[in-house]
Design a protein around this ligand. Sequence first.
Ligand code: IVH
Length: 688
Amino acid sequence: MDRSRAEKELERLAKLIAYHDYCYYTIASPELSDAQYDALRRQNQDLEAQFPDLRRMDSPSHRIGSPISSQFDKVKHRKQMLSLDNVFNEKEFLDFQKKLRRFLKMPEDFSIPMIAEPKIDGLSASLHYQDGQFALGATRGDGQEGENITANLRTIKDLTLCLLGDTFPKSLEIRGEVYMTINDFEALNESRKQQNEPCFANPRNAAAGSLRQLDSTVTASRPIHFFAYYAQNLEGNLTQTHSELLEKLQTWGFAINPYYKLCNDFSQMLTYYQDMQETRKNLNYEIDGLVFKVNDLMLQERLGVVGRSPRHSIAFKFAAEQAETIIEDIILQVGRTGVITPVAVLRPVIVGGVTVSRATLHNEEEIRRKDIRINDAVVVQRAGDVIPQIVRVLENKRPDTSQIYNFTDNCPCCNSNLHKTPGQIAKRCLNGFSCEDQAIQRIIHFVSRDALNIDGLGERHIARFYGLGLIASPVDIFTLEERNKSFNEKIENWEGWGNQSTQNLWNAINRVRTMPLDRLIYALGIPQIGQNTAKLLAKHYTKFENFLKSIVAVNQNGTNVDKELTKIEGIGHGMARDIIDFFQQKHNLQMVEGLLQHITVLACKISDNLPFSGKTIVFTGSLEHISRGEAKFQAEKLGAKVASVVSAQTTFVVAGKDAGQKLKAAINLKVEVINEITWQKMVENANL
Ligand code: IVH
């Protein structure tokens, strides 16, 4: 056969085999006998052996995996992979519905139709199809950047390697969940037990462990599956509703979860939630709740994103699973920010398939309120990823040996005096990097995925480096490679390391020597300063010097600290206090100064090519067609800054009905004032 015929034939075979894979694995209605199917696979294999360079991205021969890979490459997601907010009961779910209506300025009695889908307890993956061929697949990672696991994903039998039909866009991204069935999980663990290999704790860990194999032939030997729940095309919406999108996914050859349902009103949603709680017991895969998604994609767009979650969807978790056990001891843990948390050491008990031996007791007050004592019989519960909790003490089972727990005044790690901030419940150790537990937690946080994301520096490594005095603060991470050169026992020669892992670590560290401002602020581990607040600070100060100068200067001359920070929308007094306190501690300032010797902090780019970039807008009065929240979201999406106070810096004021003081201020300051209709026109024009 000549080359060009072979090329056509390989394309035909890829499509044909993909179709028969779909029939067999996805919809369980095979059209070919095993022998006929094998013959097609053999034809494909033979042709590829003759023309190795013609092997296609969607070739069925990728299904068997390949043994060679040294590490996973990083992949930047084209659009952030978000996560979902959770609600745990009817009231919280109702509040979510109310918030949607308020944001969209819809009447109280209006119901927004939603699709309910099971929340599969697996791990999410993103798949790219180029001209219908599966070209690239990645893990979620930190949402911005994941790992390239294309070779592993190709081995999943119900994940189509080429899209069926011909009505798909040129470039398409699919997202969904990789999971393992409960039967397969049990069988896998059984065979691992027989081979003296450690068992997986639950199907989700088994799926994750199977997928993240450098040798994808191992993945190919594991029974993992894929449910698709989302598709996007950079050129705009593929359909008008989410339910149409799910149908499209099916026609392209994906397995979608059969239990999705359109619910038109709140009572239908609740009924379906209750039904699924029963159905769940008979499913052969784990689900931990339902995801409710606004069906209308236009409304989804309007609702947008807050933090890392879309406003249009919510995970409504199923009731937590509970079990009875005994509290054998109460110990204290020192957290990253020095907060002391009491932890119950439990007689190990299986809760929802996972062995639980610790539960958080939160704080001293919680122990008193629930009257929790050592040796008490208690009910523990876990819900999804949440740390196990003590629900209540079984007082009728309280033994004579039960002991009331007395909270100490000294740090359980470094013995320094604990400190209690007025108005806060928790006690804190203020010893910073001189307290081993705290230092280790802070370094772990510094390198964690959402902070600097330094791969290869796990918790155990950090504890070991700290113990040996090699990494005592984040600064030392950046000098380790240089210092290692003069170590007697070089790290590459340590047990469990070797040249490759050590080199990977240096690469990972060097990769973050230049880091975005918001990541650095978050990585510092200032109490209460999460990723969103770090972004707000980065946007406001744009450069690290500005941030530092402002906070340190404010500290030094004792000017009104709050004013400087609380000017920033989203930063309250509590957070401002924590930021100031953080930089008042010498060890923190020293760490920051030390870091600056080794790193370059990128200035925060305020997107200056958006239609409203550089403009500051104030909304006042009541808007008739959209809510204040949505107006703010529109403005920020188009690059504007939304302020709450009118000043000479305000570009214009959008005045709704009954505008008062702010309108007056605008007139006094000769700031332009527009009405809601003009605002909507401006938004429409900007979006064109
Ligand atoms: S939609 C905005 N639908 O739950 C995120 N997620 O925290 C879009 N998940 O990372 C996710 N089943 O791994 C969606 N039917 C479903 C899901 C689902 C499981 C996972 C997914 C995501 C996490 C949300």
